[in-house]
Design a protein around this ligand. Sequence first.
Ligand code: NDP
Length: 240
Amino acid sequence: MARVALVTGGQRGIGAAISEQLQKAGRKVVASYAGNEAAAAAFTERTGIPTIKFDVSDFEACRNAVATIESEHGPIEILVNNAGITRDGTMKRMDRKMWDEVIDTNLGSCFNMCKLVWDGMNGRKFGRIVNIGSINGQAGQYGQVNYAAAKSGIHGFTKALAQEGAKVGITVNAIAPGYVDTEMVRAVPEEVLQKIIARIPRGRLGTADDIARSVCFLTADEADFITGSTVSVNGGQHMY
Ligand code: NDP
């Protein structure tokens, strides 16, 4: 039987590539989203992958969503915590709301989702969890104390939870993407983009598929001995 994989924020951007590659790898994928109905409808139309709308920062919403997914598709055996947001600003400009939104959506969501699938994975003695961190959680980034703290928190969360899962066949890993060619990055002015690319030893931006391939690798049944790792997928930009 195909293993059920839930990808949060899985209907566009990097998440869409992750959902599609997991589907190609034979997983029964469900993609979640926050509210972009047009992207969700187009994604399902194109791929046949079902979507479900809920706010990953809201524990009760996550509880209801996990119950719905598991009753419709079966137990979640692969969880990819990919949903994330930025609310950038220097300390002078950042307010408490910007801080809370980013911490709750990027990091709080990892607690919410892992907590809700944990007992099931323990009972079945199998689980694959991948949390999407960031190069900016490893190296920091000007104007992103909230995002860098949340992503750095994900890397620590991953190592701690991996220790709890190891005895029962649950692996927990993180991926730290560098600059990925997404809508957000494409909006950067060309001359700024060229300066960014000049700092990447590999000489190009990452693609969503670069990240998705790493997720497939870490969620394979055969990846049983890899846990607690943060895999940097950044073209050599930051060697940590
Ligand atoms: P996008 O902005 O393209 O997509 C974000 C996804 O997360 C969307 O599906 C969105 O849903 C969903 N989402 C946002 N907030 C919530 C919420 N509260 N509840 C549920 N879903 C939510 O992001 P990217 O593809 O660029 O990034 C994906 C991940 O990779 C993020 O964690 C990001 O931090 C990380 N990353 C990205 C990098 C890059 O260069 N792009 C670099 C390093 C890390 P909806 O469409 O409905 O809004």
